[in-house]
Ligand binder design. Structure first.
Ligand code: NDP
Length: 386
């Protein structure tokens, strides 16, 4: 039987990598849903190539374009319910929309998919309470796709918190690892979006350049895994072969090495033990003598101080930081603020007189998350135009 697969955000970097994995083994898969926001041309091309049963274009402006081009595919737009599209549970969903916009579709997919692989870290850090409740209720398996979390999951199978001393999440250090710190304020969007080791979507590339992605990754790990939040730390590892390191209390240290190619975690979550990745560049053994690890310089990467605040200043702090960061990254990409304003403004939000009121509530529903998210976006815009 063919595996039924849905990809939320198929036109993005993770979505395309997922389709690349599937393209090597088309006969075993049926694409039952592809979704996009604006990139309708890519969506049409993907739907034709993979004979998708259904597609969803978020922006209704492009609905007719998609509808006219795809005669054999059912076309939906906006917030169409996945539960209505699928009569029975499908096998696997890749959740790869960028930003908090991915939370609702991820929750929907949990209702109608046996496995949901989540790349969309923003939905984990903001909505994990609800995601895990839904996963229990609908008996859906959740698998992390982020390389750091995929590595932690692989390294800690059947391991309890009492066996673990430290969990190190590595960071490549991005394009500005060696730039003189005083030049950081002049950094332009194109420079920040150009990662030295791989190509990703623009938003995550900016997050990666100033290590905001590491702030989110620690929060994400604290949500997904059972380990004490004080055990996490960050190290710079410019080669990006090691994604996480576990230091055990018995004196052992374990790490897994793999090329920074998202097709590896993706294909492993699709195939499980049967994975035989074929189209992956292998690590050159000669490079193993060149692995290096450094402490993070907090003057270069002040974002790292936000980790402690996200973990200890109220359950909705990660939502507030995420929302502010999403707005600030957009402002930076459209050249309305400087590069260093991103972290500076987030810090201002965290000392705002109203911050505690919004941060302290434990989010029980998506409305609770949206309430804090909206306040943070509004505050961010106010602070940024002043
Ligand atoms: P991209 O920006 O490349 O792609 C984002 C996808 O989401 C696109 O399909 C886009 O559609 C869609 N989208 C954007 N906004 C909306 C919206 N409001 N509603 C519905 N769909 C929307 O992102 P990436 O693939 O790089 O990243 C996706 C997620 O995975 C992020 O959360 C990121 O942090 C995470 N991640 C990414 C990694 C990577 O290597 N890229 C690694 C680990 C995690 P359209 O193209 O039509 O605009």
């Amino acid at each position: 039987m063919k595996k039924k697969i849905a990809i939320l955000g198929s036109t993005g970097s993770i979505g395309k990598s997922t389709l690349e994995v599937i393209s090597k083994d088309k006969k075993n898969f049926e694409i039952v849903l592809l979704t996009a926001n604006n990139n309708y041309k890519k969506l049409i091309q993907q739907a034709k190539q993979f004979k998708a049963k259904n597609v969803l274009i978020k922006n209704h402006k492009y609905y007719l374009n998609v509808k006219k081009s795809l005669k054999k595919t059912k076309v939906y737009y906006g917030n169409a319910s996945l539960k209505k599209i699928f009569k029975k549970k499908i096998d696997y969903t890749m959740s790869a929309i960028v930003g908090i916009a991915g939370l609702k579709p991820t929750l929907e997919s949990i209702k109608c998919s046996k496995v949901v692989a989540i790349a969309n870290k923003e939905s984990i850090i903001c909505g994990w309470n609800i995601i895990s409740k839904f996963a229990n209720k609908y008996k859906t398996k959740i698998l992390p796709i982020d390389s750091e979390h995929f590595s932690i999951m692989e390294l800690t199978k059947n391991i309890s918190d009492s066996e673990v001393e430290e969990i190190i999440i590595t960071a490549s250090g991005g394009p500005f690892l060696n730039l003189p710190i005083k030049k950081l304020n002049k950094v332009k969007p194109a420079q920040a979006a150009k990662h030295p080791n791989w190509k990703m979507g623009k938003k995550i590339s900016i997050d990666s350049s100033n290590l905001m992605n590491k702030v989110f990754e620690v929060v994400e790990a604290c949500k997904i895994f059972c380990f004490n939040k004080k055990k996490y730390s960050i190290m710079i590892h410019p080669q990006s072969y090691v994604h996480s390191i576990i230091r055990f209390k018995n004196g052992l240290i374990k790490m897994i090495l793999y090329n920074a190619d998202m097709k590896i975690p993706i294909s492993n979550t699709i195939y499980g033990k049967d994975n035989h990745v074929s189209n992956i560049k292998k690590i050159d053994s000669n490079l193993l003598s060149k692995l290096s690890f450094y402490k993070v310089n907090l003057k270069r990467f002040p974002s790292i101080r936000l980790i402690d605040k996200c973990l200890n200043q109220g359950p909705l702090t990660p939502t507030i930081v995420n929302a502010s960061n999403e707005e600030l990254v957009k402002l930076f990409l459209s050249k309305k603020i400087g590069y260093l304003d991103i972290v500076k403004t987030i810090n201002k939000i965290l000392i705002d007189k109203d911050f505690k009121k919004y941060a302290k509530r434990k989010p029980k529903t998506i409305n609770d998350i949206e309430y804090a998210d909206k306040w943070s976006r509004l505050k961010t815009m106010t602070l940024s135009v002043l």
